[in-house]
Design a protein around this ligand. Structure first.
Ligand SMILES: [Fe+2]
Length: 252
């Protein structure tokens, strides 16, 4: 089963600002009609209703094979200030119409989708890592929170799905990248919860691509570039729990 990791689409209110994202999504739709897409947040630029309408217009054609999580720009003005109305809008205008397996706004459990193809089942686990805070510094770091961590532990402890390959994704940074102040506030607790229990971890946010192999008991940890205007994205091929491959593929 094949997945493409896209991130940080930053869809704007004015359609003329969305030419790059539109052309990437057109190319992906035509070139990879069977691939599933995972978009790790900042899908819109500041959570305005017009942006969500355009995002749904772009992503609806992938319905059933696109999986998303929110970023700081989806829930907040300029990506700096959390607003509950914008968080609710993400669910109402985008996540629910795209038929994701749950809701992100508020204090929720992880959103789980199970996809299957030719007898192979893969669990996709998405988190909301936005911190409900008024401080832009904390909002840029993000936090998983106790409720999601407990929910995640319960999901990963289920013996019925223990042998199922798992792709786990969220927006903010699991690692500091090159900025020591931009790491999830509970990154250590998250890492402790997922250690050796998921096979692929995906995130975005900084618009800097990176790849860590066999780190923290996880086969691949991937940070995505912002996809619009870029030529390449990562393709993840999953054949089994220990048979996973990552390649760069053209998206434009
Ligand atoms: Fe971001």
């Amino acid at each position: 089963m094949k997945f493409i990791h896209l991130s940080d689409l930053h869809i704007h209110s004015d359609p003329s600002d969305n030419n790059d994202v539109e052309s990437v999504l057109d190319y992906v739709q035509k070139t990879y009609p069977e691939h599933r897409l995972i978009v790790t947040g900042d899908i819109v630029d500041d959570g305005h209703e017009r942006q969500y309408l355009q995002a749904l217009n772009f992503l609806d054609k992938f319905k059933g094979r696109v999986f998303i999580c929110p970023g700081n720009h989806d829930f907040g003005v300029m990506g700096n200030f959390y607003e509950h109305d914008r968080a609710e809008r993400f669910d109402e205008k985008l996540s629910v119409p795209l038929e994701q397996g749950g809701r992100f706004a508020g204090d929720n459990n992880p959103v789980v989708n199970i996809v299957s193809e030719n007898g192979l089942k893969i669990m996709l686990i998405a988190l909301d890592t936005n911190l409900e805070t008024n401080h832009p510094f904390d909002f840029a770091c993000g936090k998983v929170g106790e409720r999601q961590l407990e929910g995640l532990d319960t999901i990963l402890s289920n013996p019925a799905t223990m042998s199922m390959p798992k792709i786990f994704f969220f927006h903010h940074h699991l690692f500091t990248h090159n900025n020591p102040f931009m790491e999830l506030k509970d990154a250590y607790d998250l890492m402790r919860t997922i250690f050796g229990r998921v096979q692929v971890v995906l995130f975005g946010h900084k618009h800097v691509p990176n790849l860590w192999r066999n780190s923290g008991g996880i086969h691949y940890i991937l940070a995505a570039d912002n996809s619009p205007g870029k030529n390449f994205a990562r393709e993840i091929t999953v054949r089994g729990i220990d048979d996973i491959e990552v390649d760069d593929i053209r998206i434009a």
